[in-house]
Design a protein around this ligand. Structure first.
Ligand SMILES: [Zn+2]
Ligand SMILES: [Zn+2]
Length: 296
């Protein structure tokens, strides 16, 4: 999607003044640090870095804050996750070949499967015509990545892995969770993971995919309101990105509430929740109950 309702009228970048050909939309879970960004007609609370669909002006790639066209829950007609769709977890870096790394992979795979197959947490998304899928065998890529990469570079990397058959192509019926090793950061425009956001989901080529979430190794602060466990930090972020990818595969074209996706709305009214298998998860907006999902 080149333009959504909230960015349709913005013709020049408020940061650099250059013309804007389109916007890149990325579904991002914010963290709790504060920073200054240009604001267009939008009352941003100082010191907040909220979750939502972030706008990056193209081609300059500056981040722009836009006012939501409507605060109502809407479906914009884009692709949604169907029954039987598949997740592939991709673990990148030497760390995941160590004993500690392999143990982490096993726990994260288990949690991914538990989240996707939970009848209440995942099954409840049927009210949005979103199905339940499964986890395929995960992939470890032992080559060590650079210490930092941009989201654009990650898109090229995912295509390269698919084209060389290192990872199976699930573009039409699934998505990837990409887990980065300890110490590696990813950038969105000039913003670095953990300093400006926890994790995100995106697509390589709009409604065609491939679709993916990016999970940096758990941030040490700003991304876990409930416990001090790295693993809980990971499952909170992973659950949110999985739900938001499923309900809004090409960010902004699926189910949204203004510039927020279904869990972003609940991040602003945060409650600690665990699914029946024990993993901490972030809640999504349940329109049938007009409330955020709860295990109780
Ligand atoms: Zn937009
Ligand atoms: Zn710019």
């Amino acid at each position: 999607m080149d333009r959504c309702k909230s960015c349709t009228g913005i013709v020049s970048c408020p940061v650099c003044g250059s013309p804007i050909s389109s916007f890149s939309h990325v579904g991002v879970r914010g963290n709790e640090t504060s920073f200054n960004i240009p604001v267009i007609d939008y009352k941003l609370k100082l010191g907040s870095n909220p979750s939502g669909i972030r706008h990056y002006a193209q081609p300059c790639d500056h981040r722009v804050i836009t006012q939501a066209a409507s605060p109502d829950l809407v479906y914009n007609g884009g692709p949604l996750w169907g029954n039987g769709y598949s997740w592939i977890n991709v673990y990148w870096g030497k760390f995941y070949t160590t004993e500690a790394g392999k143990a982490w992979v096993a726990r994260v795979d288990r949690a991914t499967s538990d989240i996707e197959t939970n009848p209440s947490y995942s099954g409840g998304l049927r009210q949005y015509n979103v199905g339940m899928g499964k986890l395929l065998e995960s992939i470890t890529i032992p080559a060590e990545p650079p210490s930092s990469m941009s989201n654009s570079q990650l898109k090229e990397q995912i295509l390269s892995w698919i084209n060389s058959n290192e990872i199976r192509d699930v573009s039409n019926k699934g998505a990837y969770n990409l887990f980065l090793p300890p110490g590696m950061t990813v950038t969105l425009s000039s913003e670095t993971s953990c300093a400006f956001f926890c994790d995100y989901h995106d697509t390589v080529d709009a409604e065609k995919g491939p679709f993916y979430t990016v999970e940096p190794y758990p941030c040490s602060s700003g991304c876990n309101n409930c416990t001090s466990s790295e693993f809980d930090t990971l499952t909170m972020g992973l659950s949110e990105e999985m739900v938001e990818l499923k309900t809004d595969m090409d960010p902004g074209t699926g189910w949204v509430i203004g510039n927020e996706e279904l869990c972003d709305y609940c991040d602003a009214h945060f409650v600690c929740n665990r699914i029946s298998t024990g993993e901490y998860v972030n809640a999504w907006y349940d329109r049938a109950k007009d409330a955020c999902w709860s295990s109780r």
